[in-house]
Each structure stands twice: as C-alpha cells, then as structure tokens.
Design a protein around this ligand. Structure first.
Ligand code: ZN
Length: 322
C-alpha cells in the first residue's frame, strides 16, 4: 500500500467516525487501522469500543505524574526531560497494591530512548517471583497498575520523546530480560496476568509497540512461549525477537550504548540513582519498599483521593494523548 492510499484510508476512517467526543490525531487513527490490517470498518469498531472503555473506566481522568504536579511515579524512570529521574517509592498517594506487587518483581524501568526516539521499557522478567505475584495480587490490581503505567507512558513520556525526536512518537521498545528464568516461571496463574495485560493492550492501546526483545531466553521458555503466543495478535508476534545469550549485537543495533544498561551489553549504569538502571526488589539492589499506613488498599494505581482529585484538576490529570 502506498502512503497516499494510507492517507486516504485515514481520511475515510475520520469521515465514518463522524462526531466523536475527542479530537483524535491521524497517528492515533493509523494505530487502529494498522492493527486491523487497514480495514476501515474494523478499525472504526475497535476505536469506538476503546472510547467506550475509556469513558466507562474514566481513563481520561486517570492521574499521571508530571514534573509540574510532582505525583509519585509508578515505576522507575530514567532520562526524560519532563520528569526527573525517579524510583517507585512508598510515597503517600501510591496504592498499597502497587507496592505489594513490586515486592515480588525482578525490576522494571522506563529507561531512555532507542535509536528511533522511542522510549525503552525494561523488565527483568527472569527475576520475577511469579508464584508470589500470582498468590499476592489479583488480576484487577495488575490491570489497574498496568493502566496507570500505560497512561503515564503515553500522556507524559511519549509526549516528551515526540518533542525531542521532532516527530510523533506513539510506540515503545520493550526488553524482557529472561536472565535467571527457570521452570518456576512456568506458572499458569502468573501467565494469566500476562494474558490480561496483553488483552488490554491489544484492545485499547493498539500498535503501541515498536520492537520487543526477549533476551537470554532459556530452553524452558519455549514452552512458556507456546502458551503466550496463542494470546497475541499476529502483528504483535511479528515484532517480537526471541534471542538467547547473543543479545548484545541486536540490542545495540536498536539502542545506542549510552542508553543501554551494562547488564544488557551497553554502557549505561545510572550510577546517580539508587538501584542503577533498573532497581529491583528481588535483586535487592535498591532501598526496600515498605507498605505504610498511607498506602491505601485499592485496586487502582494511586490512592482514591488522588484518583478523585484528577477528575477535577487538570494538573493532576496531566495531558491527553490522542
Ligand atoms: Zn541507565
């Protein structure tokens, strides 16, 4: 398909949508068209159901951390202009479920950008205590946390990256580091969490993935992959590269060495931050997270007072992303 034909289909989708509640960018419409193989009717249906979902769950009013509102971040961030480098802390405002989930996580960080200007999300999947996460968290809590992270990524970090790159950035590059992964990770209840997250992303955040690297994947991973693959769209599967121990070269092709942590073959150490590039509660390379009385037991990412105040305050709500 030529770029002209694509522009024409974007126009057609816009016309068929008629008056919808928000002003949506061509890039946003394109995400739905690509996800539905440029079928306008299918893209329209998915977009309308996304708008409905966002409305029913009040997603547009979800609070996001910005430099201005100084809300605590939901995971570690490194290297963006509009938000200072920070770690997840047990600050007032963060819900108890987020702290609890992170106690069993091998580490996650939104870490700088790749060579295309897309933000990089790194998760040390192999160090997750998968069974403990499954035992100590509900799907609802995992989803609430994931939505909070997604909204921050798209409304704050992608905006920042777009400004720096001088073009519309709406995709992230993901690295799942499988170092240390073993049979313990082959835990069906924990895999169901991955399914819930993948479902949510494919339905309501389509085509937001740039590249996906699964590195240091052990032999056991082949079995996990067989299960997970069945839950993914062909478009998502096409973007996933599963690499064993020889991950350095493919990662450096996508990411400049100064933006890639040393444990992934780059030169970055983030020595100015507690926990370095990717703080991990399981690896104990960062200050331990403690649950305090101010961390409310709610399935949302932030305490209910912050969730409520975002409905009436533009500052807490932060920017939108269409
Ligand atoms: Zn770093």
């Amino acid at each position: 398909m030529t770029p002209e034909e694509q522009t024409e289909l974007i126009k057609q989708l816009r016309t068929e949508l008629g008056n919808i509640e928000y002003q949506v960018s061509n890039e946003y419409l394109e995400q739905f068209l690509i996800a539905r193989s440029w079928n306008v009717a299918a893209a329209k249906e998915q977009l309308l159901s996304t708008i409905e979902w966002r409305k029913a769950n009040d997603i547009n009013n979800h609070p996001v951390a910005t430099a201005e509102n100084k809300l605590p971040v939901l995971y570690a961030v490194r290297g963006y202009e509009s938000i200072p480098d920070s770690n997840l802390e047990s600050a007032p405002g963060i819900s108890e479920s987020v702290i609890r989930i992170n106690k069993y996580m091998g580490g996650a960080c939104l870490h700088k950008v790749d060579r295309e200007g897309c933000p990089i999300y790194i998760e040390r999947l192999g160090y997750h205590k998968a069974k403990d996460i499954a035992k100590n968290a509900t799907v609802e809590e995992i989803q609430g946390y994931h939505i909070g992270c997604n909204e921050f990524l798209h409304r704050v970090v992608m905006k920042d990256c777009s400004k720096v790159a001088g073009r519309h950035i709406n995709r992230e590059t993901v690295i799942f580091d499988c170092t240390n992964m073993g049979w313990g990770q082959l835990h069906m209840p924990a895999l169901q969490f991955i399914r819930a997250i993948a479902d949510c992303d494919q339905k309501y955040y389509p085509e937001t993935l740039n590249k996906f690297f699964l590195v240091n994947a052990p032999g056991a991973f082949v079995y996990v992959w067989k299960i997970v693959k069945a839950w993914l769209d062909p478009g998502t599967i096409a973007k996933i590269q599963i690499i064993g121990a020889d991950f350095k070269e493919p990662l450096l092709k996508q990411i400049a060495p100064e933006n890639l942590p040393t444990f992934l073959g780059g030169e970055c150490t983030c020595s100015h931050m507690d926990g370095g590039c990717v703080p991990s509660q399981v690896l104990k390379n960062a200050k331990p997270l403690e649950i305090n009385a101010h961390n409310q037991n709610v399935p949302t990412a932030y305490n209910s007072d912050i969730m409520t105040s975002a409905k009436s305050s533009e500052v807490t709500r932060g920017p939108t992303f269409y």
